[in-house]
Design a protein around this ligand. Structure first.
Ligand code: COA
Length: 355
């Protein structure tokens, strides 16, 4: 059976930076609390839609793979913050990207979305159904950021990352995947008053990200450690063979605990949470892109990606990198510019007034 592998990668971070000091001005919190509990120093706030972030990341990934948009047969946009419910964010990205020969759909597995998307697209390539796919992880969770909910408002940020998948040559490519869900724990992490529940509350309530932080934390540590270890075993690798772990960036303490369970030294773990916070489905493709840019992934490296999120969902993928660690070409795609600060963007969000 042929394997799928990553041949292109790209990211898109909106320019407006929201620091912990900014948050201190609008809610009852401190830089010290946020940094010590989560490892986050700042995050990005998007002035454009999720599909715009996704499009720029995907254009950069296509250039890195040296492919034209018409070569793509599947576009998966992994997100829980699409521009609208219909059409999918993927449909908007389809048009903006010009992937005229691709089927396009969204995939919502919250923060685990990118691992689910990578698994599905990889399996379609392995089965011979398609040859080339773009998988994007993108979020604009600032749309649901509620200053009244300080325990979650400080954690999330906006951004996108994308990869191109093609059939592997030689023995590189996706070696194994491990996916799981526990729907009984669904209410532990939720965005309220969205979907078909939107507007049904009386008095009207704004959407908000609600989380039982400690329970989510406990489950995240257990499931991320188990899923990453499973995927290493299924790949026929030893833990020592893992060259780099790209974990979901939700909390630096969760990452440290996962690495400890896998007995991985800190230099084998990629962490960028301080700069972007939790960008949900986008954290892994952003981190993967930065790990390549930083020279942390070498030809032939054994890469393990592991995520955990709302659902509750979790998943991991093990991949042997190919010989090319440089992009074939660099795209000049960019977001429309903005002069607005992150707080100005947040304060300008439309709000419904009663009734
Ligand atoms: N600033 C200051 N204080 C805050 C705060 C904030 N932004 N948010 C909460 N607090 C307070 C709480 O009110 C509580 O006060 P109390 O003890 O007087 O009641 C106190 O801080 C401790 O809160 P707690 O929730 O117990 O902290 P914690 O150590 O569990 O850390 C999280 C909170 C959210 C950082 C942590 O639980 C976590 O990371 N959970 C998992 C997050 C995650 O992975 N989410 C996404 C999964 S993809």
């Amino acid at each position: 059976m042929r394997r799928a592998t990553i041949t292109g990668w790209g990211k898109c971070l909106p320019p407006a930076v929201l620091t912990n000091a900014d948050l201190e001005r609008v809610m009852d919190t401190t830089d010290d609390w946020i940094t010590s509990r989560s490892g986050i120093k700042e995050r990005r706030i998007s002035h454009v839609e999720a599909s715009d972030l996704a499009t720029v990341a995907a254009k950069r990934a296509l250039a890195a793979a040296g492919l034209e948009p018409d070569a793509i047969q599947l576009l998966l946009v992994c997100t829980c913050s699409p521009d609208r419910l219909i059409p999918s964010a993927a449909s908007f990205v389809h048009a903006k990207l010009g992937v005229v020969n691709a089927a396009a759909m969204d995939l919502n597995a919250a923060c685990t979305g990118f691992i689910y998307g990578l698994s599905l697209a990889g399996a379609m390539i392995s089965s011979g159904t398609i040859d080339r796919a773009v998988v994007v992880g993108v979020e604009k969770l600032s749309a649901f950021m509620n200053f009244e909910e300080r325990s979650t408002a400080v954690l999330f940020g906006d951004g996108a990352g994308a990869v191109v998948l093609e059939p592997a040559e030689g023995d590189d490519g996706i070696l194994a995947v491990d996916l799981g869900t526990d729907g009984n724990l669904a209410e532990l992490l939720t965005v309220t008053h969205t979907g078909t529940e939107y507007g049904r509350s009386y008095p009207y309530e704004e959407p908000a990200i609600l989380m039982e932080g400690r329970e989510v934390f406990r489950n995240a540590v257990v499931q991320m450690g188990a899923s990453a270890s499973n995927v290493v075993a299924e790949s026929g690798l030893e833990l020592d063979d893992v060259d780099i772990l790209i974990p979901h960036q939700a909390n630096v303490r969760i990452i440290d605990a996962t690495a400890k369970r896998m007995k991985l030294p800190p230099e084998k773990v990629y962490i960028n949470i301080a700069s972007y916070g939790n960008t949900s489905a986008a954290t892994i493709p952003i981190a993967l892109t930065e790990a390549l840019e930083d020279g942390r992934i070498r030809p032939g490296a054994n890469v393990v990606m592991v995520a955990f999120g709302g659902g509750l969902t979790w998943g991991a993928a093990a991949l042997r990198w190919g010989s090319r660690i440089e992009p074939v070409a660099v795209s000049d795609a960019a977001l429309a510019p903005t002069d607005m600060t992150a707080l100005e963007i947040l304060e300008a969000r439309p709000r419904r007034t009663e009734p």
